[in-house]
Design a protein around this ligand. Structure first.
Ligand SMILES: [Zn+2]
Length: 292
């Protein structure tokens, strides 16, 4: 009696272990995918698509914005300890990644920026890779390849979903290139270092960046320098981000006669697979309004 119960318990335990294990050609029953923050979460939603048994969540709240100074919270650790796969932007955005991997050594980490040509500023790679649509398409491909390797039974589904989404992104890029072809001026002033990839992709010139990191206020001297640069270049459009108070941009606008517009780096928004494309469409309309 006693011996038999032991065997049954051992079998139940073995079944539990098997449920969480993947074998080539066989779908894992449940796959828990956690993305680090908003733009990677939206991309992962698209790659996973409607896929029974696969859950996708975001570690950081969709209101968290960029993760430059992000401190992992207890519930982040709890979420990661239950994750099979952790999808990160990479390129230095997740400074807490080593700590996360130490705490949850069994999860598979997918680096969405692997192999992507990075812009540098001040010797450091600029982590805002997703703000370039072309590079974001490569991120989507990396996410799909990583998920296919981690979950071979659903590999074909991930690849198909990624192909569909990549086509939509390619069409968006063509629309934006056409829409931004004939601007009167291509000089812009932005907040925080989120836009060099975007500017490179669409031939815009960032004359000044008001604050390098979100949340950090420029010093009086930096502010004076920015005002001077805006005047000298004759810049008419300043671009604040919806995530941050436009107070500093308004001060510069007052001093220079420029107008404050909004450019969204897609770091916050709704939990919708269409969100990235919708945000970029809004950016297109705003740039046309500001620079025509
Ligand atoms: Zn940032």
């Amino acid at each position: 009696m006693n011996g038999r119960r032991k065997v049954v318990t051992a079998l139940a335990a073995a079944a539990l272990v098997a449920a969480g294990t993947s074998r080539a050609g066989e779908a894992r029953t449940n796959l828990n995918v956690v993305a680090s923050f908003y733009p990677i979460y939206v991309a992962t939603l698209n790659v996973v698509g409607h896929n029974p048994g696969v859950s996708v969540s975001s570690m950081a709240q969709p209101t968290a914005g960029c993760l430059h100074d992000y401190q992992m919270r207890t519930d982040d650790m709890v979420a990661l300890s239950a994750a099979d796969v952790f999808v990160v932007n990479g390129a230095g955005m997740e400074a807490f990644l080593d700590k996360a991997v130490r705490q949850a050594p069994r999860m598979t980490v997918i680096d969405a920026s692997r192999g992507i040509d990075l812009l540098r500023d001040g010797g450091q790679p600029n982590p805002h890779v997703w703000v370039s649509i072309a590079r974001h398409m490569q991120q989507v491909a990396n996410i799909a390849a990583g998920l296919a390797a981690a979950d071979p039974g659903r590999a074909e589904r991930y690849r198909q979903n990624a192909a569909v989404y990549t086509n939509r992104l390619a069409a968006l890029r063509v629309r934006m290139q056409a829409g931004l072809k004939d601007l009167k001026t291509r000089d812009i002033v932005t907040f925080h270092e989120a836009f060099p990839y975007f500017a490179e992709e669409f031939g815009l010139r960032i004359v000044a960046t008001i604050a390098r990191e979100p949340g950090s206020e420029p010093s009086g001297r930096e502010l004076a320098r920015t005002i001077q640069a805006v005047r000298r270049a004759g810049v008419k459009a300043l671009f604040a981000e919806p995530q941050y108070a436009p107070r500093v941009a308004e001060t510069i606008a007052r001093e220079t006669g420029a107008t404050v517009y909004v450019l969204d780096p897609a770091v916050t928004g709704p939990a919708s697979p269409n969100a990235y494309i919708e945000i970029m469409e809004k950016n297109l309309a705003e740039l046309q309004r500001a620079l025509k």
